[in-house]
Design a protein around this ligand. Structure first.
Ligand SMILES: [Zn+2]
Length: 484
């Protein structure tokens, strides 16, 4: 018996042949895609538990956000007008307040709101790195979504000793890896060369040896001081540090890679590791000398690249399609036109990201025997018709607001913009309540006209702009070391 049948759709399969069906039917049973074929007359009378007539609309594989943090989702809107150095100073102070005075309900509401944002933006799978992973696993699981979640290990940011952090990570893996019918996976997620001591890295290597199937997810080369930080851990540079500890292989995901060069790209390619690119956060909060990742070398050596939003609550966008657009624009600006084709961008948001996560046998394309994670995008509108070159339309014109239906594991989680798997009112009420507590505790204020920092903030005490100059005068440059 067919559980879900979608017919008369334009199906962008993202399969090996880059096949696009102009009028296709997808059959789903037990959460698995059974067939993707041209629509036949009989399909219009076929019986199924759930039938969706998608005439004139596009069906895509679900989008995969390859790198995200979630704990601080409720700060959205507070930092939108800050520069990078101001942001980091304010963020560090706010994090301390949240941890000491706001407690679990703040982070629960943050994860629920993140799930709602993720679902309504068509992101069916997220690769997250957070300090509250168990709350995340339960929020993702309950919302019907899919995630790989790593407890962020960072003894320079978190005061718990390395052994305690590693023990908590082991507990998380044992409890949540494979939970919710396999929709939640665990990863091992050291923060990066900027956040971890040698002692912690050695513990990470032991944990990885215990769980060799898990992804190692980290930040690397996100600061010009990356080599100096690696030297503090006894290695000549960050890649050498990973290599020394047997952590650099085809199960390794390296986020940012901005201050790396051609030879670093070659080493990543030789190891078969993957690079996760988050263009918006580093351009929005650009501080100091501009650096971009060595895309031409990564492409020449065949490194797999995927795209992530990183900290969407800092720059107020959860739109992964727009993130791919930024990736193209910024790389073309840096290296010249044609760095990526439109189809390359679609692949990075789907099958290439699934490959980075080790899930490409289950996700990332619309093919028989894969899990049914898919989106219906409404392009049958005055805003879009007539169109040609569908990959370009999807990566240059369409936004997440055009995504009307979201399916994960064969379950319809959102249909024609109506969220079915979450109690939207409750999520919004909880977020509003916790956001009010955040503002009361920190002194940040928001209104429809913008946001303003607390009286105690340096941003308030120094009169007038430019704030960045004031920040430098007060010696805050040090916080720019670790942005994403
Ligand atoms: Zn990050």
């Amino acid at each position: 018996m067919t559980d879900l049948l979608i017919r008369d759709a334009i199906v962008v399969t993202v399969n090996r042949d880059h096949q696009i069906l102009t009028n296709g039917t997808i059959r789903v049973e037990d959460g698995v895609i059974r067939s993707v074929e041209p629509t036949e007359a009989a399909d219009r009378n076929a019986s199924a538990d759930y039938v969706i007539d998608a005439e004139g609309k596009v069906v895509l594989p679900g989008l995969v956000d390859a790198h995200r943090h979630t704990d601080f989702t409720l700060v959205q809107g507070l930092f939108s007008e800050l520069g990078g150095e101001e942001l980091l100073k304010e963020a560090l102070s706010l994090y301390q307040t949240a941890e000491t005075r706001l407690g679990e309900s703040f982070f629960e509401a943050a994860w629920d709101l993140a799930c709602l944002r993720q679902l309504t933006h068509g992101v069916t799978t997220v690769n997250a790195m957070d300090f509250t992973p168990a709350l995340g696993a339960e929020a993702i699981g309950d919302a019907g979504l899919r995630a790989v979640i790593g407890p962020e290990l960072a003894d320079f940011l978190n005061s718990d000793p390395p052994e305690a952090q590693l023990a908590a990570a082991r507990d998380f893996i044992e409890t949540y890896h494979g939970a919710y019918d396999g929709r939640v996976w665990a990863s091992i997620a050291p923060g990066g060369e900027a956040g971890c001591s040698r002692r912690l890295w050695e513990g990470v290597a032991e944990l990885r040896a215990e769980y060799p199937d898990l992804r190692l997810h980290t930040h690397l080369y996100d600061s010009p001081a990356a080599d100096t930080m690696a030297a503090g851990s006894g290695a000549s540079d960050p890649l050498a540090l990973l290599d020394q500890l047997d952590l650099l292989d085809d199960r390794t995901l390296l986020t940012h890679f901005l201050h790396a060069d051609r030879s670093d790209a070659q080493r990543v390619a030789d190891a078969g590791a993957h690079v996760l690119h988050c263009p918006t956060v580093y351009s929005y909060f650009q501080a100091g000398k501009r650096a971009w990742f060595p895309l031409p070398a990564l492409q020449e050596f065949g490194v797999n690249i995927a795209i992530g939003l990183d900290d969407p609550f800092w720059f107020d966008s959860w739109d992964l399609l727009q993130e791919a657009r930024h990736a193209r624009l910024l790389s073309n600006y840096e290296y010249g036109a044609q760095q990526w084709s439109s189809y390359d961008l679609l692949r990075m948001l789907t099958i290439d990201a699934a490959r980075a996560l080790g899930m490409d046998d289950q996700l990332g394309s619309l093919e028989p025997d894969k899990r049914a994670d898919l989106l219906i995008v409404d392009v049958d509108t005055a805003r879009h018709r007539p169109f040609s070159n569908l990959p370009s339309l999807l990566t240059n014109t369409v936004t997440a607001g055009d995504i009307e239906t979201v399916v994960v594991d064969g379950e319809v989680l959102m249909e024609e913009h109506e969220v079915l798997s979450m109690d939207v009112d409750r999520v919004q009420d909880d977020a509003t309540r916790e956001r009010d507590r955040l503002q009361t505790e920190t002194g940040w204020e928001t209104s429809l006209t913008g946001s303003s920092p607390p009286e105690s903030s340096l941003l308030r005490r120094v009169a007038g702009r430019p704030l960045l100059r004031a920040a430098k005068q007060y010696g805050r440059g040090v916080v720019s070391e670790h942005l994403g």
